[in-house]
Design a protein around this ligand. Structure first.
Ligand SMILES: NC(=O)C1=CN([C@@H]2O[C@H](COP(=O)(O)OP(=O)(O)OC[C@H]3O[C@@H](n4cnc5c(N)ncnc54)[C@H](O)[C@@H]3O)[C@@H](O)[C@H]2O)C=CC1
Ligand SMILES: O=C(O)[C@@H]1CCC=N1
Length: 271
């Protein structure tokens, strides 16, 4: 189904979703976005090929669906500025932390709100989004939010809004963990004598191969790991070094800190 979608904020995340939608042939004429300054609106229009402006209210009034894609710290002021322009539009918020009750309150209460936690691979059709809907959202609202999410990748619904913090820790922030790991592997490959280009190509293809294999065979990831590790061979040494450095515990700590930050944003900004 085609509806008019206004993105309030046209930064990294909105840009990734818009590119993903356009890639799926969603009509550019049915997407608008706003930014804070005229210069950034012009940049976004040139990059995305859609109508942009700095007029949140005009975009909201044009839209059937409003995607809130500003920083969490900007969300309250942005919603309060939009409140008079909200009638029957569906609100989709991608802001980390902030709960649907706060968003509805800032917009005037009787509002259907779907909270989405997408990630930047949405830009190339392999995003992963977690969705939660408030009780005002109809089946049609949920279906449209799901349409946006599935146009850009995989999506899962949660019934307990508190789980959005964990989703942020797994998939919202997750791409950055893999990029950090790739960065480290490329650097180590170069240190071991490869050219930067060769190290990069092999690292990226290996990440893609591992994720594709894990997704396509019905084998748990620990068993897939074991199948790479010949007893007394090379991989065993690498895995031993990761375990000696407590990599699994470090990952757990990082994700616990990430989820806690999401909760703190909610506590601080959504009073
Ligand atoms: N970057 C990511 O990987 C992800 C980000 N998010 C969420 O997406 C939201 C946006 O994050 P990013 O895109 O990374 O930030 P960003 O800084 O790249 O983009 C923010 C955008 O908001 C615009 N903006 C600021 N104030 C505005 C206002 N009053 N009216 C209209 N536009 C305004 C800016 O001009 C900019 O285009 C955040 O709430 C974040 O929690 C969610 C999932 C993943
Ligand atoms: O780092 C952040 O706060 C946002 C939310 C999830 C990914 N990026």
């Amino acid at each position: 189904m085609i509806k008019n979608i206004a993105f309030i904020g046209a930064g990294n995340m909105a840009g990734a979703i818009i590119k993903g939608l356009l890639e799926q042939n969603y009509p550019a004429a049915s997407i608008q976005a706003t930014t804070r300054t005229t210069a950034s609106a012009e940049r976004a229009a040139a990059e995305l090929g859609i109508h942009t402006s700095t007029d949140n209210r005009a975009a909201a009034e044009w839209a059937d669906v409003i995607v809130l894609a500003v920083k969490p710290q900007m969300l309250q002021a942005t919603c309060e500025g939009l409140a008079d322009s909200i009638n029957t539009q569906l609100i989709v918020s991608v802001a980390a932390g902030i709960d649907t009750a706060s968003i509805a309150r800032w917009l005037g209460n009787e509002v259907a709100v779907v909270r989405s936690m997408p990630n930047t691979p949405s830009q190339v059709g392999v995003g992963a989004s977690g969705l939660y809907a408030n009780t005002r959202a109809s089946a049609a609202d949920k279906a449209f939010a799901e349409q946006i999410a599935t146009a850009t990748g995989l999506c899962v619904w949660v019934q307990d809004e508190a789980q959005m913090h964990a989703i942020t820790a797994v998939s919202g922030s997750g791409p950055a963990y893999y990029f950090l790991f790739m960065e480290a592997m490329i650097r180590a490959g170069v240190k071991l004598g490869l050219t930067p280009d060769t190290a990069r190509q092999l690292t990226l293809q290996t990440a893609l191969g591992a994720a594709t294999l894990a997704g396509q065979v019905d084998v748990p990831v620990d068993e897939l790991k074991r199948r790479v590790m010949s007893p007394g061979g090379t991989t065993e040494r690498a895995i031993s070094a990761f375990e000696a450095g407590n990599l699994p515990q470090l990952v757990e700590q990082a994700m616990t800190d990430c989820a806690a930050r999401s909760q703190t944003l909610a506590d601080e900004l959504a009073k």
